[in-house]
Design a binder for this molecule. Structure first.
Ligand code: FES
Length: 325
């Protein structure tokens, strides 16, 4: 897998299949060295899977783990000279950043990594020891800035949330945008969206920014795409996945994922909310439209990628290819 990617876990609880995406916090090197694959789980009150994982899952139990996925990563190469990576992470958003920082620092001996990590308090922060270990190992090559919204002020920032004013202060001080080659933004939608806006206002190229959302705010869904049209009734979906092609009907009210799953239950999905991109596929024939998209970039959309869990057909036939990367 690539650092920054996630796996989807599949479990059956009380007769229902549950899938959730969890970022990998371990590194590809650890997997090669001792077969370790680690995820970070923060217990969500009322959650359907995380309380089980945190409190009940025991050695000997079995979970299905789907193949690693995700584009929250960047090519790393020992030949890269003095690259500077910067990550802005809030809460459990540190999980993939831990893997990215550890891998980048180990792979590229002259590169540096800045991690800005925001939490309510030190007690609520994840991976404190792992970050301290990385700092011990890499010294000045890892710059760690920690922000706490409910604790004492730090490094003179106006306040400690990782919001637009704080980011502007960081960019004017310890983290000038001009010295950063690649950005990673990971956390709630408000933080990631706000950071994108501030970086854009500082002239940071969108192509250098990688973003991953950890959860969305259901009360502020993204606006439907301009010119949203009614789904085509009685459409036919042809999908290619795992080298096999199937043609299936799309019933009224079904998403393309719903229609596909009725005949191909192995199709990938996780959040069903337009957040994780596990269900991503490419439209190679016909047209479809998403009700919601929190994760695909403008480039991916221009390239005809779509979140099938959010997609409805606009034409009598739609062809999807899941096998393209
Ligand atoms: S299943 Fe997560 S975006 Fe579709």
């Amino acid at each position: 897998f690539a650092p920054g990617q996630y796996v989807t876990l599949r479990a059956h609880r009380e007769g229902t299949e549950i899938r959730r995406a969890y970022s990998l916090c371990s590194t590809p090197r650890q997997l090669d060295a001792d077969g370790t694959l680690r995820i970070g789980v923060r217990t969500v009150d009322g959650g359907r899977l995380s309380p089980y994982l945190a409190r009940e899952l025991a050695p000997g139990d079995t979970l299905d783990v789907l193949a690693p996925q995700g584009h929250f990563t960047t090519p790393l190469d020992p030949g890269h000279h003095r690259r500077h990576y910067a990550a802005l992470a809030a809460g459990s958003g540190i999980t993939p950043v831990l893997s990215l920082a550890a891998t980048a620092l180990a792979t590229e001996p002259t590169s540096t990594f800045t991690v800005v990590y925001a939490n309510r308090s030190a007690a609520s922060a994840m991976f404190t020891e792992e970050l301290a270990d990385l700092k011990d190992r890499y010294g000045r090559r890892l710059h760690l800035l920690r922000l706490f919204s409910r604790e004492t002020h730090h490094i003179g920032l106006p306040h400690q949330r990782l919001d637009a004013p704080t980011l502007r202060t960081l960019l004017a001080g310890p983290l000038p945008a001009a010295v950063v080659d690649t950005w990673f933004l990971c956390g709630p939608q408000a933080m990631v969206g706000g950071a994108r806006d501030v970086l854009a206002e500082q002239g940071v190229a969108a192509a250098t920014i990688h973003a991953e959302l950890f959860h969305t705010q259901p009360d502020t869904p993204p606006a439907p795409a301009e010119g949203t049209r009614a789904p085509h009734p009685g459409a036919e979906l042809t999908l290619r996945h795992g080298g096999h092609t199937s043609t299936v009907p799309v019933q009224p009210g079904q998403t393309l994922l719903d229609a596909g799953l009725a005949h191909r239950p192995e199709l990938p999905f996780s959040c069903l909310n337009g957040v994780c991109a596990t269900c991503r596929a490419r439209v190679v024939g016909g047209r479809a439209e998403m009700a919601s998209n929190w994760t695909l970039t403008e480039e991916e959309i221009a390239d005809n990628y779509i979140l099938t869990c959010q997609a409805s057909p606009l034409t009598p036939t739609v062809d999807l290819d899941y096998d393209v990367v």
